[in-house]
Design a protein around this ligand. Structure first.
Ligand code: SF4
Ligand code: SF4
Length: 205
C-alpha cells in the first residue's frame, strides 16, 4: 500500500501525544487539534486518490452508533438495517447501498484494524470519537482512511450520532468507479468536503 503518511513515523506519533497532553487541560483545544489532524489526513487521502478508482471501499462504524438495545447482527454487514429508522445505522445502510459500499460495525477498534489488514481495502471511511480517531491514525497508517469525529452521543460510548452529510459528501466525491455508473457521476472537480461541520458545531455548543 503506497500511501504516504507521517503517522508511519514514531517520532510524529510521539509528538502528537505530547501536544495532546499539553492541550488537554485547555478546554476543547485538544479536540480542535484532533479535528485539524483528521482534516489534514482527509486532504492527504484525497490527494492519494486523485485520478484513481478505489475498487474496494470499506466503511467502518463504531459500536456506539448502534442503538444500544438493538440485537441486530451488524458485524459483517448492515443488511438488517436497510428498512429501519431507529438509529443512524439505518441511514448509513441506505447510503452505502446506494453507492454499493461495504459497511459494518466493528465492536472494538482492534477488530477494525484487523479488518483493514485482512481485507486490504483501497479506501477506508470511518467515524469514531476523537481519541479513537488518533488511535486509528497511528495503528493502521498504511491505509488511506477518510475520518470524521462523531458529532455527539447520549453518553460515553452510547447512542452516538453520525454526520451523514459528511459521509454522503465523501461517497459522492469519490473518483467514479465502474459499478457506480448507475448513479450520477460526481463532478470532476467536486470540492473536498470539509471535515464535519456538524462536529464542529456540536463542539462549539
Ligand atoms: S438501524 Fe435498526 S436494526 Fe440497525 S442497528 Fe439501528 S436499530 Fe438496529
Ligand atoms: S465513543 Fe469512542 S471508544 Fe466509545 S464506542 Fe464510540 S468510538 Fe469506541
Amino acid at each position: 500500500m503506497n500511501f504516504s503518511s507521517p503517522w508511519k513515523s514514531r517520532y510524529f506519533v510521539k509528538s502528537v501525544a505530547v501536544i495532546r497532553c499539553f492541550l488537554r487541560p485547555l478546554g476543547n483545544l485538544e479536540q480542535k487539534y484532533i479535528d485539524h489532524l483528521t482534516d489534514t489526513q482527509n486532504r492527504r487521502v484525497h490527494r492519494h486518490l486523485a485520478g484513481t478508482r478505489p475498487s474496494a471501499v470499506l466503511l467502518i462504524m463504531p459500536r456506539c452508533v448502534k442503538l444500544s438495545c438493538c440485537r441486530a447482527d451488524v458485524q459483517n454487514s448492515l443488511s438488517q438495517c436497510q428498512d429501519c429508522r431507529l438509529c443512524p445505522l439505518g441511514d448509513v445502510a441506505r447510503l452505502c447501498a446506494r453507492f454499493d459500499i461495504q459497511a459494518l460495525v466493528a465492536f472494538r477498534s482492534q477488530i477494525a484494524f484487523e479488518l483493514a489488514r485482512k481485507l486490504q481495502p483501497d479506501l477506508i471511511i470511518a467515524t469514531a470519537c476523537h481519541d479513537r480517531l488518533v488511535k486509528a491514525l497511528y495503528s493502521v497508517p498504511t491505509y488511506p482512511a477518510l475520518l470524521a469525529p462523531l458529532p455527539r452521543m447520549q453518553k460515553k460510548c452510547v447512542n452516538a450520532k453520525v454526520d451523514l452529510g459528511w459521509l454522503e459528501g465523501q461517497l459522492v466525491g469519490l473518483p467514479r468507479r465502474d459499478f457506480t455508473s448507475k448513479f450520477p457521476a460526481p463532478p470532476v472537480d467536486a470540492p473536498i468536503s470539509p471535515i464535519t461541520p456538524a462536529a464542529r458545531a456540536a463542539e462549539g455548543s
